[in-house]
Design a binder for this molecule. Sequence first.
Ligand SMILES: *[C@@H]1O[C@H](CO)[C@@H](O)[C@H](O)[C@H]1NC(C)=O
Ligand SMILES: *[C@@H]1O[C@H](CO)[C@@H](O)[C@H](O)[C@H]1NC(C)=O
Ligand SMILES: *[C@@H]1O[C@H](CO)[C@@H](O)[C@H](O)[C@H]1NC(C)=O
Ligand SMILES: *[C@@H]1O[C@H](CO)[C@@H](O)[C@H](O)[C@H]1NC(C)=O
Length: 332
Amino acid sequence: MDKTTTLLFSLLFLFTLLTNSLSKNLCNQDDKNTLLKIKKSLNNPYHLASWDPQTDCCSWYCLECGDATVNHRVNALTIFSGQISGHIPPEVGDLPYLETLIFRKLSNLTGQIQPTIANLKNLRILRLSWTNLTGPIPGFLSQLKNLQFLDLSFNGLTGSIPSSLSLFPNLLSLDLSRNKLTGPIPESFGSFQAKVPDLYLSHNELSGSIPKSLGNLDFNRIDFSRNKLQGDASMLFGANKTTWYIDLSRNMFQFDLSKVEISKTLGILDLNHNGIRGNIPVQWTEAPLQFFNVSYNQLCGHIPNGGKLQTFDSYAYFHNKCLCGAPLDSCK
Ligand SMILES: *[C@@H]1O[C@H](CO)[C@@H](O)[C@H](O)[C@H]1NC(C)=O
Ligand SMILES: *[C@@H]1O[C@H](CO)[C@@H](O)[C@H](O)[C@H]1NC(C)=O
Ligand SMILES: *[C@@H]1O[C@H](CO)[C@@H](O)[C@H](O)[C@H]1NC(C)=O
Ligand SMILES: *[C@@H]1O[C@H](CO)[C@@H](O)[C@H](O)[C@H]1NC(C)=O
């Protein structure tokens, strides 16, 4: 062979190597089989048309594979806003490297929260939201020790909140809002295992009093609005906390506000439609409030002058017993 031919052959060899590695099937065969079962179980929806058994599953829509350090295993499955009907397939529990599992905005996704999700020990994000899931919140979710975000909002979940949901060692946010949950806020929520998560429980049918133990916690965000909660909620406040967001609106809370101090970081406070009495403390002028509403309560007395309190209009204060002073009429 002359030099040119040798060069040509070497180039050809290199080229073959290169294309070979590019078209290499990165997908793990077990994951691929599982994904195809999931597709079948969801009745082969158009949304998953890219899930073609002839191609590398790591190139399919709605999922991600890890990098070489985890052998390209499927680590995220996100099915969002498609024409999907039926239940969450049990086979999702057979994707052992999954860190993110999201079923979202799928109004025809029905049935209960799939028990095999408990097998997904690496899960960090679980979002089953804006779907039409029913039945209880299963206690087995607390076995997912790596979970950081649990979002079950906008479903038809019923029953009470399992007290085991306080046991996650790494949870940052718990969103159970917009369901049909009943019963009290569990006593165990006064002792979360690790960092105190943001807690969204709004738009349910929760009843009873807030456990006193929640007063020991320094929450960043709490939304308990639109439930049937009653009694004292003053323990949630405190001048030494770093709370940013508290929404207790549209419940049946009854307590005296006069001695309640709020955190100097509080930006959002909504207490409208409760039975809260007493007056608004002067200390409240120290908070950097951006949204504020104490309307429809039993408050009385002078609205303290200063801070952010006069930046809100009368609708933030109206329908109380005898509040007065700007922005309401001056006190007699
Ligand atoms: C849900 O199912 C109904 C009835 O089968 C159908 O008309 C509708 O288009 C479906 N919606 C979605 C988002 O799949
Ligand atoms: C959820 O399902 C119920 C019937 O099971 C249906 O009436 C309702 O419209 C569904 N919700 C959504 C958001 O599609
Ligand atoms: C708030 O912190 C100050 C100073 O650290 C302390 O003296 C006070 O007792 C604390 N107040 C409450 C209600 O914990
Ligand atoms: C406060 O809440 C009441 C009752 O929902 C509402 O009518 C009013 O517009 C709200 N005001 C502000 C400033 O948000």
